[in-house]
Design a protein around this ligand. Sequence first.
Ligand SMILES: *Cc1c(COP(=O)(O)O)cnc(C)c1O
Length: 327
Amino acid sequence: MTELPITYADIQAAQGRLAGIAHRTPVLRSRTAEARCGAQLYFKCENFQRMGAFKFRGAYNAVAKLAPAQRAAGVVTFSSGNHAQAIALACRLLASHAVIVMPSDAPRAKVAATREYGGEVVFYDRYRDDREALGRRLAAERGLSLIPPYDHPDIMAGQGSVAAELFEATGPLDVLLAPLGGGGLLAGSAVAAHALSPDCAVIGVEPEAGDDGRQSLRAGHIVHIATPATLADGAQTQHLGQHTFAVIAARVRDILTVSDPQLLDAMAWFAERMKLVLEPTGVLAAAAVFSGQLALRGKRVGVILSGGNVDLARYAALLAARPAAED
Ligand SMILES: *Cc1c(COP(=O)(O)O)cnc(C)c1O
């Protein structure tokens, strides 16, 4: 078998770098949710991670691994939001400088938070410009290290620490569900599961409007799509990465999709029942569990709640506009 871009040892090394710096986020349970699904559900709450999402883990791991001269020169990245804040915070903690290429329609809260963490923001048009080309140009012109949001072994290894911590807390699981955008979180989760819970079925969940991951897994090669229109702004990716796809193709059992109304129902449920503020992308995996499309009865199921960064006015408007739920 060809070697994968990351191993469990890389995830353990990332855990070492993150120890005492990233939060060990709580694993919460809900009797109501468990009764509804007939399964034991373990929610890994990365909305409580530093800067509000798991992305801090990969970003810190990647910046910490730079040579001192590279770190001093600074970092550039492109992101739909959370990776930007994560890189900005990691750079501040590690005395580096962050330049962030961001879509001009990125949620206001994410732009403001990136600047608050000391990041320099450069805007692009999500529907017209090539953000990766812009990032590469800035890197060349200013001598910055380019750290992409998912397709990088150090990012994937850092994100893998989420699932590693979850298995450390719960022991082996039957199923692990993770949100899927570019695949850093899912790839890291799958490598951690393979080492710590080898029989666990690892499943990615992406927005119905952008099922490139599912298409890619079925086709056996990376499928590109147009930028999907979905509330899950952290999963509006057009394609998986080379590195993330290699791991996902080898280690992920299946990829499911959920609709925007299902995301809103899940957000409302977590707010009401568990008092958790989650962003649309953050509830992808949970919405798949609640949708009933998986046979989970009697199983031990890990569910990654990946983030909670949502502009409060937008959050209130989204939930207020939601049609009344049946239960
Ligand atoms: C980035 C992000 C994802 C998707 O992660 P990938 O590594 O790109 O697949 C999911 N949830 C949240 C909250 C994110 O910020």
